[in-house]
Design a protein around this ligand. Structure first.
Ligand code: BG6
Length: 614
């Protein structure tokens, strides 16, 4: 079945349409394409045979700043799967673009008539003739929606059509004929979407309308109008989509957050695909457009991000210094842009942004650009702003992350920073190939290890039940455990509204210890590493003041059995990769506590998935 997505509003249409198509991938398809209005109101068209990644690669860095466009995943019926037969299909002058689902049974008759009028075809599809016919009517001054009605009147079969015209950027018209794939309209704030399937709309709105067979819709950024089969105006209800339909997009999980936490083994695998190689074991990162000379001339790396992305950056800093031996620092994007940073062309700036639209991270990137810094961005959203500013993009390939609290994309970011550090280290000649091989082999084990960590979910749920009513939490960690402490505290704040602080455990005596009493539990990241004994003494200090301790330890660790109130054992992984398994209990603990407290896990109060304003 083909997938259709259209968007018109005020946000970047490219990423929204492509993400929408990704949510329709389950329908099965063999090519994909988009038509987007660029800032001049011209149509930008991109089509690619194969999976969506092929299209994503093709549009990487070239998507226009469009606020209206349509997209399609095609499951070939007429014409083999190739670029010419992919949708959107255009008229010869590129005046209209159309995507189609279903079959136009008399398309050969229509094609013949158009050919007799001199029309030239560039595809074997049944769809293309609709573009020709539509363009002919529009060229005669007929309104786009009326033109669509005229075309439908002459086209037999069961199908859905969605079309745009360069004469009216921002306007999308659609028709549903017979019982082919439906057309759903999503009603947002100052934006509207159309899609063949509810799933593509859900990340944006649950207020939807459905076209019945024979009906037409005229969609603009701030208005939607319907026509019935006779062309008469039609009123249609806007339905608040019931939970069960949203549930289908959750794949059976109660919340998107839980689904996305459980996707992490695949997320990490997808992030490594084609980048973590064997024979010999090495990392080849795409998205690093720098020569060996440029990399060897680097004197510093600055990694910027916000929220969870910044915590991933802190893990990445460890990797850059350890494996690439380049001085590295991390900055919250909002702080970076206002601290008069000393930057030059030998400072590599790595930005991390799942959505690629975070205003502070974009501003930090502009600051780096002004200073002439080479830039790489790690992003989960093709065509997002950050991918157009950086010199290179390393895509997370995590698929849509719908829950507001980032989970799987943090794992992807940490893994990619690991890969970037190894790659840079090899380019600089500072990385022993043995070390690289060991790290690659260890990383390839992660999907299994993360899967084992997920099997702790029932154990985490039991622990959550014991602490869900606490109003304050302290998270402590050292080294790579410190960003995990920060992330665990952030997750708990985000989804359960509990006041939680993450602290470098060494700071314990410099303040936080004053907070400890029986009402304030402490989560201590205490894997068996070079600072384990120091973490053990931190735990003793907390217990001495009647604070409960939830200790996150290595597998089969028993040195804390007499100390901690609860133990969470991590699957065995290379010490450098502990954050990729330790983050899982941090996510699950906060999720299950939020569940007990009845919080709105996927869309916590006051939070937005992407902060596009300061
Ligand atoms: C917040 C999200 O709005 O932005 C967090 O709720 C996220 O989950 C943060 O970590 C940064 O977003 P991004 O897209 O720049 O990684």
């Amino acid at each position: 079945m083909c997938g259709i997505v259209g968007y018109t509003g005020h946000r970047p249409a490219g990423p929204i349409v492509i993400e929408g198509l990704r949510r329709l991938e389950y329908r099965g398809y063999d090519s994909a394409g988009v038509a987007l209005f660029d800032e001049r109101g011209e149509l930008y068209i991109a089509r690619a045979t194969g999976k969506l990644d092929a299209l994503v690669q093709r549009v990487e860095g070239t998507l226009p700043p469009a606020v209206c466009g349509i997209g399609h995943t095609r499951w070939a019926t007429h014409g083999e799967p190739n670029d010419a037969n992919a949708h959107p299909q255009l008229d010869p002058l590129g005046r209209v673009a159309i995507v189609h689902n279903g079959i136009i049974e008399n398309y050969d008759v229509l094609r013949k008539e158009v050919a007799e009028r001199g029309g030239l075809f560039s595809s074997e599809t049944d769809t293309e003739v609709v573009a020709h016919l539509l363009a002919e009517h529009v060229a005669r001054g007929i309104d786009l929606l009326e033109a669509l009605r005229l075309v439908v009147a002459g086209a037999q079969g069961a199908y859905s059509l969605v079309a745009v015209s360069v004469d009216e950027p921002g306007r999308i018209v659609a028709a549903r004929v017979g019982n082919a794939g439906g057309i759903v309209i999503g009603h947002g704030d100052g934006e509207h979407l159309v899609a063949s399937d509810l799933g593509a709309l859900l990340p944006h709105t649950r207020r939807v309308s459905f076209l019945e067979p024979g009906e037409f819709v005229d969609v603009r950024r701030d208005a939607v109008a319907y026509l019935d089969a006779e062309g008469q105006p039609l009123e249609k209800a806007v339905e608040e989509q019931p939970f069960d339909a949203v549930a289908t997009a959750k794949g059976g999980y109660k919340h998107f957050m839980l689904k996305e936490v459980h996707e992490q083994p695949v997320t990490v695998l997808d992030a490594m695909r084609g980048r973590y190689l064997l024979h010999p074991a090495r990392v080849e990162m795409d998205g690093l457009p720098f020569t060996v000379e440029q990399v060897r001339a680097l004197t510093r790396v600055v990694i910027v991000g916000m929220g969870t992305s910044m915590h991933a950056a802190m893990v990445g800093r460890h990797y850059i210094e350890r494996f690439a031996r380049i001085p590295a620092e991390v900055d919250n994007s909002a702080e970076f842009r206002y601290r008069y940073p000393v930057l030059d062309e030998h400072t590599l700036v790595i930005s991390i942004s799942q959505a690629g639209e975070t205003v502070d991270t974009l501003a930090a990137m502009d600051e780096a650009k002004r200073a002439g810094c080479p830039q790489v961005t790690i992003c989960n959203t093709p065509g997002a702003q950050t991918t157009r500013v950086a010199d290179g993009t390393v895509f997370m390939r995590s698929g849509p992350e719908v829950a507001v609290a980032s989970t799987k994309t943090m794992s992807a970011s940490m893994l990619l920073l690991h890969g970037i550090a190894l790659h840079l280290g090899r380019m600089r000649g500072t990385l022993d190939p043995e070390v690289e091989a060991r790290q690659v082999t260890a990383a390839l084990h992660l999907p299994v290890a993360i899967g084992e960590a997920l099997e702790m979910a029932p154990h985490l749920q039991r622990i959550a039940g014991r602490y869900a009513q606490c109003e304050d939490f302290l998270f402590l960690g050292r080294g790579l455990g410190y960003p995990m402490a920060l992330e665990g505290a952030l997750k708990l704040k985000e989804v359960s509204y509990i006041h939680a602080e993450g602290y470098a455990a060494g700071e314990m005596k410099h303040g936080p210890i004053a907070l400890i009493d029986e009402s304030m539990p402490t989560v201590a990241l205490a894997p068996r590493d070079e600072v384990f004994d120091k973490m053990r003494s931190n735990i003793q200090q907390v217990r001495a003041r009647h604070g409960a301790v939830i200790a996150v330890v290595s597998k089969d660790e028993h040195a804390l059995d007499d100390l901690a109130n609860d133990l969470i054992e991590l699957p065995a992984v290379d010490a450098a990769l502990v954050p990729l398994v330790a983050v899982v209990p941090m996510q699950l603990l906060s999720y299950y506590i939020a569940l007990v407290r009845g919080a709105d896990v996927d869309q916590p109060r006051n939070l937005a998935k992407t902060v596009t304003v300061e």
